[in-house]
Design a protein. Sequence first.
Lengths: 437, 73
Amino acid sequence: MKKVFLSVIGFALICRLNVHAQTIDSLQSKPAPSLYTPVDEPEKRSYDPRQLHVDEVDLVSSYYSQNGDHSAITGGIGSERVTDLSNGLNLKLVWGNPDYKKNTLDLGMGYDYHTAASQAWVSKTGASKTWGNRLYPSIDYTVENPTLRNTFGFGAYYSGEYNYHSLGADIHFSQKTANKNGEFTAKLQAFFDRVTLIYPSEFVPQPTTTTTGGGTVITTASGNTVTLGEGDHVKRNIPTSPRNTFDASFGYSQIISPRLQIMFLADVVGQSGYLGLPFHRVYYNTGKDTIEKLPSNRFKLPLGFRANYFLGDNIILRAYYRYYQDSWGVKSNTAGIEVPVKLSPFFSISPFYRYYDQTAARYFAPYEAHSPTDPYYTSNYEYSKFNANFYGVGVRIVPQNGVFGWQNFHDLEIRYGHYTQTTGLVSDVVSFSLGFK
Amino acid sequence: MTNKLLKVAGCVLLIIGASSCVQVKEYQKNRLNDAEMVLGNRKVEKNELNFESYREAASGANAGKTGGGCGCN
């Protein structure tokens, strides 16, 4: 009985102590014992998501190698051997507005170096240089309004190489539906290009010089007449010709289910100006050669469809189809499938296949098949009837701690593809994309 | 050509009409938000799109080039 009495008193005492242990004062003064170590009051954060910051830096490099036997420079015969090393750097800057709009500025710079065996034959003797460079900077500004679920922006680009200069600009807009399951996009683009009229050597107009009482009169290769005094020199400028392209691109994407989303794409493209290239030869069925001649207008209508489906937990199906038709008589189908397989959350491997076919443009004929009476003529096999297969594989690595343990090196993609045309053209391309955040 | 355009327009309206009944909530979009599910080209494809547009007569409707640049060689 004594033991029972002492036990009850002891239990009551423990209970009373516990009750005191639960008072607010004691909770505030003494933290409860725990393995969790409470974090001190956070310091005032120096990072403000609205401040201008570099959001992403991307570096994309490719090596392209091609061979074939239908060069347009030599009239549809001859080597099409080309190599191209391409490098592009993109910098994405982001900042916010007090009204929660998000601003994005994309700055890009690209540089290509190529070699082309056929380029030597712009000169009849094969003495022209076989290499060239291209530089192409770009800029794009976009503002996103999350309240209205839309974006608006504009961009500009330039591409310059020895015989071709292009200046482009665009404005773009997108609007999500109220439930954010659909999105409409529109982009209006314009390119103002200049084609330098470098003719095959046998067609280069020669300047003429006549001497009159007032001085020396020179009619240049471009047809300009210049009168020179004693000691003056004339600089030989190669004339250029304009080529303009206007493109209206529209897209609508829709989420169909938690695993499926689709997109419709349509472009309306109009081109005018010098649409051939001045150093492309055409050989008539008489054996005589001339310079490619194509209409000065072209209207293109491509219609595309994309569908992406998440199959199970690790496999994604990415499908694409495009129908294309233009005013030169080309009709084309493109179908592609890519199947990224996620071997882990940070590593995926993506085999892909693309099929392409086209009918010939009505102005195409092979070597020595054109008649001198044809109004337009080209032996560029880009406009011939053919089909093509392109297949390869890509690898994408996005480690949690950054590529090679470098936290800022966010992702790495490597992709190889092999391309064949029924014209005999074969090419290989290997590309690398490095993403930094 | 007109018939084809009408068929495509019909398909668009049909799918948009059918899909308007389905609403996928934000918390159901974890798979749709996966980087591989983006309805567009990969960054690494950029130069592939360029050479395709130079070697083939067709271009456009793929967010690739429709103009600008020569591709002369």
